[in-house]
Design a protein around this ligand. Structure first.
Ligand code: TRP
Length: 481
């Protein structure tokens, strides 16, 4: 237990019990629906190879340095995200107004939480379907004995048509998240991470090995890793950066919040590397599990949000022990999603609890209750374009669920990351940064260069290019591009 005092200066602050507990919790936060569900969907919608390779570059050159910056601010500030920023600024003799970058972050995490739990509800639905199937068809053959693929594909649209069921499932998933966050860091969030993440990795390994032997692997490799420069448009680049932030839990105060619970003895640089590496490996492997099935079953790679939920069940139909494997798969996704949703709830909770001076359980319940309402609206109005917003370029034709997704990953996260890197690169004092970041020599200078220049500039360009593709293309044309 790390014993430092909390915001009142008297009671001991909560913290992770060890370095490995922090790594499991942070990897747990990073690895989630973003890897298993959103990454394949985004890759497919954005044409495969160009998106994937640009995504990997984003993780290395932007995600990783920003991840280190966020954890660093959190650990130095030892408080909720805005307060941590304020403390780092004060110690550097700078304005506390910089805390606004984390205020927006806390809001962003809350918005992600509300639609994340809707998808968590879909996962619960599929757990129910496969559990039921296991009971009726037994262990022997594949899942959904004899039912045609179209019928299995239709399970998801049928759920989408049932707004009430989606709302109920969303509430159940959110309630489970609330239960663990209300218990606090070491006995709630850390408990979830230390039990569920190792189980997740075991199941993930088993299902991947199993899947790799079923064919279609080569086509998926070619699809995901063939780089076609002409497909790398402004919107594709913004989608890739947004996905990198979403997947690494960056830009909206998530990792800043977790960083505050890290002990002084932990090397933040190497730990950030482990987190980013594990997260990226899981996303790529998830893609290599899902796309072979997509191609083999003749599904559309650009199917979007439905991809994971529609393609894999078709594969489970044809596998021996299909119902059991399907059940295990969705249980595994549920574990990954839960270790992420607790971090999404923790960021606004930590802020609200300190700000309003409330006990943790009360603060958690109020934040979760608000996310319940917003998520329920997103589920209920599924497919209904939001009047007044769905006319704008970036949000064209989107319902509330997708507006929340786009607003967070394509606006709030990149803007949050620009401000975070500027803050760490230019505002925070060098002495403070040097004592926290765990880097030395050339790597230290490279990281400084990235947060000072590369990340803010590249992100600004990508943001503009993604939001105003025509204008950006016109500018490139002037320069002979
Ligand atoms: N990274 C998680 C995933 O990939 C989602 C997530 C958890 C998140 N915490 C976050 C996203 C904080 C943004 C900010 O599923």
């Amino acid at each position: 237990m790390v014993v430092t005092t909390g915001s009142d200066g008297i009671t001991p602050r909560e913290g992770w019990s060890s370095r490995s507990a922090f790594i499991l919790a942070a990897v747990g936060s990073a690895v989630g629906l973003g890897n298993m569900w959103r990454f394949p969907a985004e890759a497919g919608e954005n044409g495969g190879g160009a998106f994937v390779l640009f995504y990997i570059l984003c993780v290395l050159l932007i995600g990783l340095p920003v991840l280190l910056s966020e954890v660093l601010i959190g650990r130095h500030g030892q408080s909720n995200a805005p307060e941590s920023v304020r403390r780092v600024a004060a110690e550097s003799g700078k304005s506390g107004r910089w805390a606004i970058l984390a205020d927006f972050g806390v809001l962003g995490a809350f918005l992600v939480l509300s639609f994340y739990c809707v998808v968590g509800g879909w996962v619960l639905y599929y757990i129910g379907i496969f559990a039921g199937d296991l009971v009726t068809t037994g262990l022997s053959g594949g899942a959904f004995q004899g039912r045609p693929p179209e019928e299995i594909e239709n399970l998801l649209p049928a759920l989408f048509d049932n707004g009430a069921l989606m709302v109920v499932l969303h509430i159940v998933f959110l309630a489970i998240t609330l239960f663990f966050v209300a218990r606090g860091i070491s006995s709630g969030i850390e408990w979830v991470a230390t039990w569920l993440m190792p189980t997740f990795f075991l199941l993930f390994l088993a299902i991947t090995i199993y899947g790799a032997t079923t064919g279609g692997f080569g086509e998926a490799m070619a699809y995901l890793f063939t780089f076609d420069f002409s497909r790398l448009t402004g919107p594709v680049m913004l989608a890739a950066v947004g996905q990198a932030f979403f997947s690494l839990s960056l830009g909206v105060a998530g990792m800043m919040t977790y960083g505050a619970y890290v002990g002084r003895d932990v090397n933040l640089a190497s730990t950030s590397g482990i987190i980013a590496g594990a997260d990226t490996a899981v996303a790529l492997i998830a893609g290599l599990c899902i796309f072979p099935i997509v191609f083999a079953a003749g599904l559309e790679a650009s199917a979007g949000p439905g991809l994971m939920f529609q393609s894999l069940p078709i594969a489970f139909r044809d596998m021996p022990f299909g119902s059991l494997i399907g059940l295990l798969f969705f249980v595994m996704v549920f574990f990954a999603a839960l270790t992420s949703s607790v971090s999404l709830l923790e960021a606004p909770t930590a802020w609200f609890k300190d700000r309003a001076g409330l006990p943790r359980a009360v603060a958690t319940t109020i934040v979760a209750g608000s996310a319940l309402v917003l998520g329920a609206l997103a589920a209920w109005f599924w497919g209904t374009p939001v009047a007044g917003i769905a006319e704008l370029g970036l949000f064209e034709g989107q319902d509330l669920f997708n507006v929340l997704d786009t607003l967070t990953s394509k606006v709030l996260m990149p803007v949050g990351a620009i401000l975070t890197s500027l803050f760490v690169g230019w505002v925070a004092s060098r002495r403070l940064i040097d004592s926290e970041n765990g880097l030395s020599g050339g790597l230290h200078h490279f990281w400084l260069f990235l947060v000072r220049w590369f990340c803010p500039l590249m992100l600004a360009i990508i943001l503009l290019g993604g939001i105003f593709p025509e204008a950006t293309e016109a500018v490139f044309a002037i320069f002979g591009g």
